[in-house]
Each structure stands twice: as C-alpha cells, then as structure tokens.
Design a binder for this molecule. Structure first.
Ligand code: IYR
Length: 224
C-alpha cells in the first residue's frame, strides 16, 4: 500500500535584495576560489566539533527521496590512521606500478602524486565517506535508496566546502580499490567506501601544483 500522508511546514527563507545577492555570491566565489587540494598536512590538532559540524553540514545535502544514503566515519586514532595508511599504500603501489595505464599516469604527472601516503598518518582527521545502496531497519527489512552516487557526491561537496569555509585544508583521496576501509572501520557489507577525505592544516610552506581551473566562459554556456 502506498502511503499518502504528507506533512508540510512553512519554509524558512530569507529574501535578499539584488545588491546583497550579488555581493554574497561574489564573496562566496572568492572564498571558494582559494580552496586547493593539499597533500602535506601539519599534525596540529583540530577540534572534534569542527569536524562534527562539517559532517552535519554534509548531512544537510539533498538526497534521492531524502534517503540520506551516507555514513561518515571521522578518524583521529593514530593506530587506525596507521592501518589505513598501510592498506592504502599496498593498493596504491599496485596502482602506480602496474594497474594504471600510461595515459592515467601522464594525467596525474602534474599533481606530483605517488604511492606514498604519509598524510594519512600526519593529518589530524580522516573522514571516510560510505555510500549505502539501501538501509536495513530494525526488523532487517531493506529500504531501497535512489540516486545514491549523486546524493553522496553532493554531500561530499558540502563537506569539502564546509571544511574549507571553517579554515581547514582537505585532500580528496581515493585509494583504489578501497574496500579495505569497510574492514578497518567495521562498516557493514552494504556500504561502499566512496572516498577518504583528509582534513587538517596544511604543513608549513606547502606548495600546490600550478594548475588552473576552467574560466566561467569555458565551463558554461547560456541560453538567455
Ligand atoms: N588514487 C591515487 C591516484 C590518483 C588518481 C587521481 I584521478 C587523482 O586526481 C589523484 C591521485 C592517489 O591517490 O595517488
């Protein structure tokens, strides 16, 4: 039986005048343009509440049928970070030594990456993002999720933006394959590791690849 019960409540919304709209959009653009992925982190501590708030912001993302098909594991334990680093480096060594095509390695060359992942132990926080294909309720009944990869991708975007806005640096890391995260972090079978977000302060004198983002003209078109 399809339930037809809907509960609606008034929307909380702030209508802004045009100058304020424009100013806010410009300010956010300039803030987001300063975001860079970094690969060397300081071990300086970051309060748990900053990570918790960023994850709650991620959880406010829209999702297919509001199923919120995600789970986040925030890791600061030195021994768990070490296990993650060791498992990730095993996979990454295979990737860089023979799994990746020459074309892929050429595409990665400007980023200066390799199989060594010291940041997985140095950074104060690793946030593992898991995607749930379905949820199991208390009776063990499956509830299907919709648009899971899209939903988790949007939530992860919120997470990265939230951490950047708070004043932290991140690295979107995707050890390949990363099913080891499920074992190391005790997550159930039906959750698929989506990515590992490294978060903290950049190490002093961190440099980043001198690469450009597409300009607005290059990445969009108008039909007005
Ligand atoms: N997972 C590897 C390789 C890698 C792949 C892409 I696509 C990147 O943008 C960056 C790295 C690694 O983390 O080194």
């Amino acid at each position: 039986m399809v339930s037809k019960e809907h509960n609606f409540k008034p929307l909380e919304f702030e209508y802004r005048d045009e100058p304020s709209l424009i100013e806010r959009s410009e300010q956010f653009l300039s803030l987001m343009k300063k975001r860079r992925t970094v690969r060397s982190f300081s071990s300086r501590k970051v309060p748990e509440s900053v990570i918790a708030n960023a994850i709650e912001i991620a959880g406010s993302a829209p999702s297919g049928a509001n199923m919120q098909p995600w789970h986040f594991v925030a890791v600061s334990s030195q021994s768990v970070k070490k296990q993650i680093r060791e498992a990730a480096e095993i996979e990454e060594r295979k990737l860089y030594e023979h799994r990746a095509s020459d074309e892929w390695l050429d595409a990665l060359a400007p980023l200066g990456t390799d199989a060594n992942k010291p940041f997985l132990e140095t950074a104060p926080w690793l946030i593992a993002v898991f995607a749930q294909k379905f949820t199991l309720d208390d009776q063990g009944k499956k509830h299907k999720h919709y648009y899971t990869p899209e939903s988790v991708g949007i939530a992860t975007g919120f997470l990265i933006a939230a951490l950047h806005q708070a004043g932290l640096a991140t690295l979107t890391h995707t050890p390949s394959p990363m099913s080891f995260l499920r074992t190391v972090l005790d997550r159930p079978e039906h959750e698929k590791p989506f990515l590992l977000l490294v978060a903290g302060y950049p190490a002093e004198n961190t440099t980043v690849p001198d690469i450009e983002k597409k300009s607005a003209e290059m990445l969009m078109s108008w039909k007005t």
